[in-house]
Design a protein around this ligand. Structure first.
Ligand SMILES: Cc1ncc(COP(=O)(O)O)c(C=O)c1O
Length: 382
């Protein structure tokens, strides 16, 4: 008798919408990945390392040069000097990082607080660790933290809080003042923090990313997760890292070594080379993506969709109530794919209990300008 450990789950909405886009020939603005090439120098480096024989296991913690590049970047950006041997771990993707961090600290019966809408891998990872999710909704319309509800969600069983900034799916940012308030709140609790910062370099309008890495009190109890996939236009490389104090890193590595053992060797070398040779990539990224966001929103101006201001990530939420207020967002995402030929993601799937009047879908604007123009043309025709 097969007893599922995740009985309520099927395939993810990202797979479903991408499949539907393929079946219907729709422009796929659903799943978050670029449709343009990564930097040529990064691809060249990967080819070089493949040919030069970097094809066997990497060290479990990641190759030294990439860990050093990450530590160097963190020092430059966030002012924290990390020991790259003891505090930085390279992993095959942020998803694995999140899974390992949760398995490392959550015991059966522990509670984990999620701020909804929350990325879809968090809750299943908590369930597999035997933990229980406590969902606290972010406030509408700006997806800010409801401090009273968050405070009320803590109990003696709370073992972990997961935050995500820049936030998928809304693009909202957590501020430095929010981090201070979080530190004050956590002070009285025996809970760890998992800070999902995979979109750390995708912050616009001159704003700065408030990283937990720049916050002394929070960093002492945190796993900070990032993804090279988002930063270097290589989501298919599934390479990420975790920065955490030595004691937490030790526990994370105990899990990681039996989940995957190590990340992909030639890709780690390529990323290390590229980070060393092209630090300007990080400075140029906000302008690059801000221009795409602004283009997409400007192109949608004549449409009946209303863009919700988004200071971060490569996602754009749009209110569709002026087109089909009768449809919930799941039905609307499907309708858009079939009728308009543009696939989007419904955001209710990121909630345990979505707000009843939710009329928002998520578009990914990490696309060539031509793709965005063609998608907008179709959406403006509705
Ligand atoms: C908020 C968030 N966290 C984690 C991930 C996973 O990143 P990776 O592809 O490196 O596993 C994603 C990818 O979409 C994401 O949006």
């Amino acid at each position: 008798m097969l007893r599922s450990k995740l009985p309520d789950l099927g395939i993810t909405i990202f797979t479903r919408m991408t499949q539907l886009a393929q079946e219907t020939g729709a422009i796929n603005l659903s799943q978050g990945f670029p449709d343009f090439a990564p930097p040529a120098a990064l691809l060249d480096a990967a080819m070089r390392h493949l040919r030069d024989g970097q094809n066997q296991y990497a060290p479990m913690t990641g190759i030294a040069s990439l860990r050093e590049q990450v530590a160097h970047k963190i020092a430059r950006r966030y002012g924290r000097q990390l020991d790259s041997q003891r505090e930085v771990t390279i992993v095959p993707g942020a998803t694995e990082a999140i899974f390992c961090a949760i398995q490392a600290v959550v015991q059966p019966g522990d509670e984990v607080i999620l701020l909804d809408p929350s990325y879809d891998s968090y809750a299943p990872s908590v369930h597999l660790a035997g933990g229980r999710c406590v969902h606290v909704p972010l406030q509408q319309p700006d997806f800010s933290i409801d401090w009273q509800r968050l405070q009320a969600a803590f109990s003696p069983r709370t073992r972990l809080l997961i935050i995500n900034s820049p936030h998928n799916p809304s693009g909202a940012l957590i501020s430095r003042a929010d981090l201070d308030q979080l530190a004050a709140l956590l002070r009285g609790h025996d809970a760890w923090l998992l800070s999902d910062e995979v979109y750390e370099h995708l912050v616009y309008d001159g704003q700065l990313h408030a990283s937990v890495l720049a916050h002394d009190a929070l960093y002492q109890r945190a796993f900070v997760v990032s993804s090279f996939g988002k930063t270097y236009h290589v989501t298919g490389w599934k390479t990420g890292y975790v920065a955490a104090p030595p004691a937490l890193t030790d526990e994370l590595r105990k899990v990681h070594q039996y989940v995957n053992f190590c990340g992909v060797t030639p890709l780690q070398h390529a990323l290390a080379d590229f980070m060393a040779a092209h630090p300007e990539h990080l400075d140029e990224l906000p302008h690059f993506y801000q221009a795409k966001r602004d283009l997409f929103c400007q192109l949608l101006q004549p449409s009946k969709l209303r863009c919700v201001p988004a200071p971060g990530t490569y996602f754009q939420l749009a209110d569709y109530s002026a087109i089909r207020d009768d449809l919930d967002d799941v039905a609307m995402a499907e309708w858009l794919t079939r009728e308009a030929g543009v696939a989007a993601i419904p955001i209710s799937v990121f909630y345990r209990e979505p707000p009843k009047d939710l009329r928002l879908v998520r578009f990914c604007f990490a696309k060539q300008d031509l793709t965005l123009q063609q998608a907008a043309e179709r959406l403006c025709a509705l």
